[in-house]
Design a protein around this ligand. Structure first.
Ligand code: SF4
Length: 195
């Protein structure tokens, strides 16, 4: 998608994988995310092309209930740190599925991690139907079967296929040539799919 500015992010949410869709939904509702969620989502945004200055602007707007001083003290340093501008100056990469799936979750108010691992089957059913009202029961149950068998990456790939139906129905379902192993890969494939 090239360079992304803070105000472009909402338009691109349609291409986010479920893990990032979940975090951005919480961020919009609560105007806050805990540290692990900020890391997971912030590095993903870096990966879609959001440069440091725009990332600072995006998070400042998202944390609307906080004053400038609180934001500067508590959050701006971490954002610059993720971009290699503070501390050890390491340039951090966006997390892949493996790391996200194995991250520890479950604490109060924690929303990071992989939804295919953390959500109930009913919530997965509702999420896929919300993205594509025309999916059949058997398609949804195939997805849920992958989730209950703990094949989270394959479930995510199936979710991609079900939520990116081809424009010509007779061409059959969208088939990925490679399974989803990275949230930024999901984003790139989704973006390419519609451009
Ligand atoms: Fe995100 Fe990967 Fe889980 Fe898909 S499989 S929701 S991209 S962590």
């Amino acid at each position: 998608a090239g360079q992304v500015d803070a105000q472009d992010v909402p338009k691109l949410e349609v291409h986010f994988p479920l893990c990032m869709k979940n975090l951005v939904t919480v961020l919009k509702k609560e105007h806050h995310l805990k540290h692990d969620g900020r890391m997971q989502f912030g590095l993903f945004l870096k990966g879609i092309g959001l440069p440091l200055e725009q990332a600072l602007e995006y998070w400042r707007m998202a944390f609307v209930k906080m004053n400038d001083e609180e934001f500067k003290k508590g959050y701006a340093y971490n954002i610059r740190h993720n971009y290699g501008q503070e501390g050890n100056r390491k340039n951090y990469s966006p997390y892949g599925c493996e790391k996200i799936i194995h991250s520890s979750t479950g604490g109060a108010g924690q929303h990071h991690g992989c939804p295919f691992k953390n959500f109930s089957p009913d919530r997965i059913r509702a999420e896929v139907r919300a993205q594509n009202a025309t999916v059949t029961n058997s398609e949804v149950e195939e997805l849920v079967g992958l989730v209950t068998a703990k094949h989270y990456n394959i479930a995510c790939s199936k979710y991609f296929e079900l939520t990116h139906p081809p424009s010509a129905p007779q061409s059959g379902p969208t088939a990925l040539t490679e399974p989803i192993t990275h949230p930024n890969q999901f984003f790139e494939l989704s973006y390419k799919f519609s451009h």
